[in-house]
Design a protein around this ligand. Structure first.
Ligand SMILES: C[S@@+](CC[C@H](N)C(=O)[O-])C[C@H]1O[C@@H](n2cnc3c(N)ncnc32)[C@H](O)[C@@H]1O
Length: 274
């Protein structure tokens, strides 16, 4: 099932330099996905849509010097930053390359583990991507994927989400009108012929120092494509409305926590494909 891109991938080129500031949101869930997949020393791991390495670095720690982690991403800037981070950190068992998750060109049956964190929901054809994950795995290999559930908002203030929706309607932006978070990772893995599929939802809370920190964080996510779609005057009006809702909630300890409930799914490639 394919369709128009949910988020234009070029937006991630502009997200890449200041990715994941203030609350380590992606790194928290990337590490969790790696924990669920549990790569063992010596294993070969493919991190699809690797971004700045939220999964890649914890996976590289786990597989150790005898293993390897290949991170692929469609955004050239993400790949360039990831390669620089790998080099700067002296991570000798990880590599970064540009590749479309929906048309993987890695050798078949060559990985023990395939990871894909918080990316299937932005792809026009997540089913094609997951088919490729299965082919990249050796028989019996493990796959672990995750998707976010909603926009992270301090204090879970519903009016903030309503403001986003109303500006999306006014501007004709597809980002908040479509259910972009409507991807079911367990169903995707089942449809692609995986076995032993286990899906789970988890809850995590994040505290932003202040509204400016949250606003900056949103620019490092797919929401940026919505902001970039807005004419400058409308964007400024939106910013003012959001600050008016959140700034009064600020305390010396920060804003009230915002909740994210990502969905995770793990599965295995069958020993023999049916
Ligand atoms: C929200 S970020 C998540 C990145 C990383 N997995 C993490 O958890 O921090 C989504 C990533 O998916 C990448 N991406 C989007 N569409 C892609 C595609 N078709 N193939 C490969 N990467 C893609 C983007 O460039 C971006 O790095």
């Amino acid at each position: 099932m394919s369709g128009p891109p949910r988020v234009n991938v070029s937006v991630y080129d502009r997200c890449a330099p200041g990715y994941d500031p203030h609350v380590a949101y992606f790194r928290t869930f990337g590490r969790r996905l790696v924990d669920l997949a549990a790569p063992a020393p010596g294993e070969r791991v493919l991190d699809v849509a690797a971004g700045r390495g939220a999964c890649l670095f914890p996976a590289a720690e786990r597989v150790g010097p005898g293993g390897r982690v290949d991170g692929v991403d469609l955004s050239p800037a993400m790949v360039a930053h990831l390669a620089a981070d790998i080099e700067a950190g002296g991570t000798a068992n990880a590599w970064a390359a540009r590749m479309d998750a929906q048309a993987l060109t890695v050798p078949e049956s060559s990985y023990d583990v395939v990871l894909c964190a918080f990316a299937l929901f932005v792809m026009p054809d997540p089913g094609a991507a997951v088919d490729g994950f299965r082919r990249a795995l050796r028989p019996g290999g493990r796959c672990a994927v995750s998707v976010p559930s909603m926009t992270l908002v301090p204090g879970d203030v519903e009016e903030v989400r309503e403001v986003f929706r109303s500006y999306a309607e006014r501007s004709g932006s597809p980002v908040f009108r479509r259910r972009i978070y409507g991807v079911d990772p367990g169903a995707l893995l089942e449809a692609a012929g995986f076995t032993d599929v286990r899906a789970r939802e988890e809850t995590a809370r994040f505290v932003f120092r202040d509204t400016a920190a949250w606003w900056e964080w949103t620019w490092s996510t797919g929401i940026r494509s919505f902001y970039e779609h807005l004419p400058a005057d409308l964007l400024e009006e939106l910013r003012r409305e959001l600050f008016a809702l959140l700034a009064p909630l600020e305390t010396p300890d920060g804003l009230p926590p915002g909740t994210e409930r990502p969905r995770f799914a793990t599965a295995r490639r069958p020993e023999a494909d049916g």
